[in-house]
Design a protein. Structure first.
Length: 364
């Protein structure tokens, strides 16, 4: 069974996923863009070279009823895959072009995760997506979701009846990290986009109050974003934070595993976060989790007082952090439980089997 995955941007997640899937499936990844040294707005460690089986394609479009790519049709005619997988935006022209080719050639169609934002729940966006789904993409055989909020949106909002495959990254490198770590300090961590919605500066301030009382704690801020300079400046101007807060510089994507491996507790204080990657990486690494309920993945991979704590404001955030500082046994217990959750749910073997079975099923 030959598969072609067409998507827009070769993010590290996509490249690693391609590298892994090729060990199990006959699959190629086609990207419309490619990061280079001249690409602005992303850190250098995101600019991963394309692995074998990944390539960049250039498309030209012409109008025929709806705008579609004649060059993509030519490429697909040459490759003649059995399955088309589409990632990125439903509303992109390449997305429709790939879908149209698959329908015309009676090929199986798999659509990747919805691009998610708060706007998806606005009435005008729901109406638009309903129209697009019901009128254009009604012949999709299999949908993918990489977070439960994607699953809920597809089933409850759009009324998708096709099978939905829950797609996770390969967390085996995180699961392989040792739980017992020989160090004296408890290391808290924020990982992800350093943007206002994630309230990273508030995490730093809550940590600052604890540093005044405890000398065995450390905070790691890993990520990039528009608020990073503000956070750096605040730490530099503080009299107590300079030796206790670290902003690790990542040069290669694989180094992120080591960052998680050196931390004990993940903090996600976001007002809104639909993604799952950081939470799942932390759980797989055997970390306790402190999170707001607004972080979608935490509601599925963290149980309050079992392997972490839900928090709602700065005071409850400080209180949760202090529980772990005062009770190292609770911290170790929560970390061990996170690892068990990961071992039972985040290994890639059963995801690959499920995907393979879905792809082999008779086309309806």
């Amino acid at each position: 069974m030959k598969i072609v995955y067409i998507t827009n941007t070769p993010s590290p997640f996509q490249i690693k996923w391609c590298d892994f899937l090729q060990k199990h499936l006959d699959i190629e990844f086609w990207f419309l863009t490619e990061f280079s040294d001249k690409t602005h707005g992303v850190p250098d460690y995101w600019k991963i070279k394309l692995v074998p089986g990944c390539r960049k394609i250039s498309l030209k479009y012409k109008l025929n009823g709806l705008s579609y790519s004649s060059t993509l049709k030519e490429e697909l005619d040459k490759s003649n895959p059995d399955v088309i997988m589409l990632g990125g935006s439903w509303h992109a022209r390449y997305f429709y072009s790939g879908y149209r080719w698959a329908v015309n050639n009676n090929k199986k169609i798999l659509v990747g995760p919805v691009e998610f934002s708060k706007n998806l729940f606005k009435l005008r966006v729901i109406v638009r997506n309903l129209i697009v789904y019901r009128l254009v993409y009604k012949k999709v055989d299999l949908w993918m979701a990489n977070a439960f909020i994607h699953f809920d949106y597809l089933t409850m909002v759009l009324g998708v009846k096709s099978r939905i495959f829950m797609n996770y990254d390969n967390y085996s490198p995180y699961i392989a990290l040792p739980l017992k770590r020989d160090k004296e300090k408890i290391v808290f961590m924020f990982g992800g986009a350093i943007e206002k919605r994630n309230r990273v500066l508030e995490i730093i301030k809550a940590f600052e109050r604890l540093v005044l009382e405890y000398d065995n704690i450390k905070l790691v801020i890993s990520g990039f974003g528009s608020e990073k300079k503000t956070c750096n400046k605040y730490v530099a101007q503080s009299k107590v934070l300079s030796d206790s807060v670290d902003f690790p510089e990542i040069e290669e994507w694989n180094e992120i595993v080591d960052v998680f491996g050196g931390c004990d507790v993940l903090i996600n204080f976001a007002n809104y976060s639909p993604g799952a990657g950081v939470i799942l990486s932390a759980v797989a690494s055997g970390m306790a989790v402190i999170s707001t309920p607004s972080v979608n993945a935490s509601r599925h991979f963290m149980i309050d007082s079992f392997n972490g704590y839900f928090v709602y404001d700065e005071q409850s955030l400080s209180d949760a952090m202090e529980v772990y500082i005062k009770n190292p046994n609770i911290l170790l217990q929560h970390r061990s439980r996170s690892r068990i959750i990961a071992e039972e749910t985040l290994t890639f073997d059963h995801h690959i089997k499920d995907l393979h079975n879905c792809l082999k099923a008779e086309k309806k």
